[in-house]
Unconditional design. Sequence first.
Length: 85
Amino acid sequence: MASYSVLIKASAAKELEDLPQKEIRRISRKVQRLGKEPRPPGCEKLTGGNRYRIRQGDYRVVYSVDDARAEVIVFKVGHRRDVYR
């Protein structure tokens, strides 16, 4: 499988910075792994577009996959009660 580049939007990076340090490390590892496997076991395709989400505890990472350009773009990182709004 080809390697994908992982891009994090500035807004998602800001959301990530505001989380507890322990969660930042865990989420960062999961996001880095998306470069090797953009649709890992446990990811879920969201309705209404080409977006997916992965879970890390109470936090969610919402991203899209562009297979033609081999890119994963992270749009949103946040607590599960807020991330889908």
